[in-house]
Design a protein around this ligand. Structure first.
Ligand code: C2E
Ligand code: MG
Ligand code: MG
Length: 616
């Protein structure tokens, strides 16, 4: 240390008072807090002209003291990480020493044998130990060593050592509590909040780790879901739904032997990884899965009372056909979906993955990869299916339905490509293409002064994950200036159940714009009219499932009640999939105003539809 022209003590080119400032600036900008502390300690050695500075902290359990940081001018670090136990009344003896020394302990070699425990004897000519207390509790010390000179420290030096040590300790504690909270947060993010199970990526990691450490076993991935879970949620409330999910998670650990890991993939779908002996048969795994599923169902019986709950499961062996863990998840998922078509055996359906199940996956991928090309080449076509008045077949509207005509002239039906498109966002492009064609069609007819009827467009569930639909419709309205009375959007019942707040936002916006909104496929899912009534929709569209070949008395009662209740809720009704005179007559009787179905017309091209309007 030297003095500058103003008589200030300096360290390098840094005036004395700025050591504290330097400490704060380091702390502020620290990316790696440990590094920041050591950097500060390096400056302190130079500033106080000592060889070594050591930070020691009382351990959590309190019986020992541990060296947590150590810097030495010659790079010779000896104590870091070392822990020493304090025996007997050592703590109080040290307290006494600090008190006697005016808040520190000063030592010089000439004083004779040192009472220090964790001492760098090699480096001691002089030593000063500054203790740190928090709320009156001893937390640790900062020790300054001089290996060359016996020093008489001035009061101002000691005061500076105290204040910089104080800053350092406080910074360390703040950091630690932040790090703990951060760790808690990280852990929380890694876990599913409801079941406390790990998230999917953690699950995959555990399974992979386990496979690489124990190669003498086979590994099976099981995918399970609670059938009709949405219905259960609706019937018993979300709290009960949550309770069932928690119970399922508990069952996994209790019932499955040799669980490697498990997670809730999403909603009511669980992934379970188990170990089994090499060459285990699919039949045995099936039996185990059924057993576990049934024990879960037995346990929840008192909760679900009169409802028959079922669990669907699919599983795949990791390594079979070279399946990786992720591929086995896909395989197990495909098998679970296939299991849904099986008859229920005491509430559990389980199926092993077969290679053919993925064949459809290849087709899905192929369709997805051709989506952009299909738009560019104009392979998507928009067909209109007329909607007619029930009593006189007058065309009062149309539904726009997409068709994909491949270059070879073959058609792919929407039921095949839409689910594939929904999984990767292609559907958004396809839907906007349809909307644009509808707006264009209406604009052209309006410009020509021709008769127009309202056209409804289907809204994929994917749109409801964000608010883009609103932006796009807004742009189309701006561009084509089509009167809102000519527009309608159809949202399927299942979408509504999944995403209430998002659907609410979109529906409210459309209604604010005076655009009609209908609930499509009502009756194909599990929502009740009661739930539907919460949405300000204008129309209820009864699904084809109501249109059985022969309507028995029960069917008729249900249809009449639905139409009646919809009316009471201020909605009008339309029934789709009407094919027979009998169905039509009954709908008219029941008071359903509109119908759509092959009885009047199949979906036709726009030109054909225009001709139909002109003939009327
Ligand atoms: P949806 O919206 O419920 O459309 C009605 C479906 O019923 C259409 O099938 C239609 O051709 C069919 N249909 C109409 N009348 C009858 C009948 O009397 N008997 C029978 N058996 N079926 C009839 P399509 O065109 O194959 O469409 C299937 C589904 O694909 C649609 O169901 C809709 O959910 C979806 N879809 C179609 N076009 C689009 C689109 O542009 N965007 C979106 N997101 N989905 C679309
Ligand atoms: Mg529809
Ligand atoms: Mg429909």
């Amino acid at each position: 240390m030297s003095e500058n022209n103003d008589g200030q003590r300096v360290f390098g080119d840094m005036p004395a008072g700025e050591l504290v400032e330097y400490a704060f600036s380091l702390i502020d900008s620290a990316v790696d807090p440990d590094l920041a502390i050591e950097q500060l300690m390096v400056r302190m050695t130079a500033y106080f002209n000592v060889d070594i500075i050591v930070v020691r902290e009382k351990t959590e359990r309190g019986a020992a003291i541990k060296c947590t940081y150590e810097v030495s001018k010659n790079g010779n670090v000896k104590l870091k990480g070392l822990e020493r136990r304090f025996l007997g009344n050592a703590w109080s003896e040290w307290d006494e020493r600090y008190k006697r020394g005016g808040g520190c302990y000063k030592y010089k070699k000439s004083m004779g044998e040192s009472p220090m425990l964790l001492m760098r004897e090699d480096a001691v000519k002089s030593l000063i130990v500054i203790p740190f207390y928090n709320d009156g509790n001893f937390k640790g010390t900062v020790d300054f060593y001089d290996s060359e000179n016996e020093r008489d420290w001035t009061d101002s030096e000691i005061a500076e050592m105290k204040s910089i040590s104080d800053i350092m300790f406080r910074y360390m504690f703040t950091l630690r509590s932040f790090a703990e909270k951060y760790e808690d947060l990280r852990n929380a993010l890694k876990k599913d909040a409801l079941t406390r199970l790990p998230k999917v990526d953690e699950f995959i990691k555990y399974v992979n780790d386990s496979i690489s450490t124990d190669k003498n076993m086979d590994y099976v991935i099981i995918s399970s879901d609670i059938a009709n879970f949405k219905y259960i949620n609706e019937k018993y409330g979300y709290n009960t739904g949550d309770l069932l999910l928690t119970k399922f998670a508990e069952m996994i650990y209790r019932r499955y032997k040799r669980v490697v890991s498990c997670c809730r993939e999403f909603s009511d779908i669980f992934l379970i990884a188990i170990k089994c002996k090499k060459g285990e048969s699919a039949e045995n795994v099936c039996a185990l899965v059924d057993q576990c599923n049934m024990s879960f169902l037995e346990e929840i019986k008192p909760i679900t009372e009169d409802t028959n709950v079922a669990v669907n499961s699919g599983f795949a062996f990791v390594g079979d056909n070279e399946l990786t863990v992720s591929e086995a998840i896909t395989g197990a998922t495909a098998a679970r979906k296939a299991a849904k078509d099986m008859t229920v055996l005491k509430g559990s359906r389980s199926k092993a993955y077969e290679h053919s199940m993925i064949a459809s996956k290849a087709r899905t991928l192929e369709m997805i990869s051709h989506c952009d090309e299909a738009i560019e080449k104009g392979q998507f076509q928009v067909y209109f299916q007329p909607k007619v008045r029930c009593d006189n077949y007058e065309i009062i509207g149309a539904e726009a339905l997409i068709r994909w005509k491949k270059d070879d002239g073959k058609y792919i039906l929407p039921d095949e490509f839409i689910p594939a498109f929904e999984n990767n966002g292609c559907i958004v492009k396809a839907d906007y293409y349809v909307y644009e064609q509808v707006f264009k069609y209406l604009r052209e007819r309006l410009d020509k002064g021709l008769r127009c009827v309202p056209v409804s467009m289907n809204v994929s569930r994917v749109h409801l994950f964000n608010t883009k639909l609103v932006t796009v419709v807004d742009r189309l309205l701006e561009q084509y200036k089509v009167p809102v009375e000519l527009l309608e959007f159809e949202i399927t019942e299942n979408v509504y159940l999944d995403r209430l707040p998002a659907v609410m936002f979109t529906v409210q916006w459309l209604r604010k714009m005076n655009i009609r909104v209908s609930i499509d496929d009502f009756g194909s899912g599990y929502s009740s009219l009661d739930t539907i009534a919460k949405l300000p929709v204008t129309t209820l569209k009864l699904d084809k499932v109501f249109m059985k070949d022969r309507l028995d008395e029960k069917d008729k009662i249900v249809i009449s009640a639905v139409v009646d209740m919809a009316k009471k809720l201020g909605m009008d009704t339309i029934c789709e999939g009407v094919e027979t005179e009998e169905q039509k007559r009954f709908l008219e009787e029941a008071g359903c105003e509109k119908l759509q179905g092959f009885i009047f017309s199949k979906p036709v091209t726009m030109q054909e539809f225009s001709r139909m309007l002109e003939i009327e």
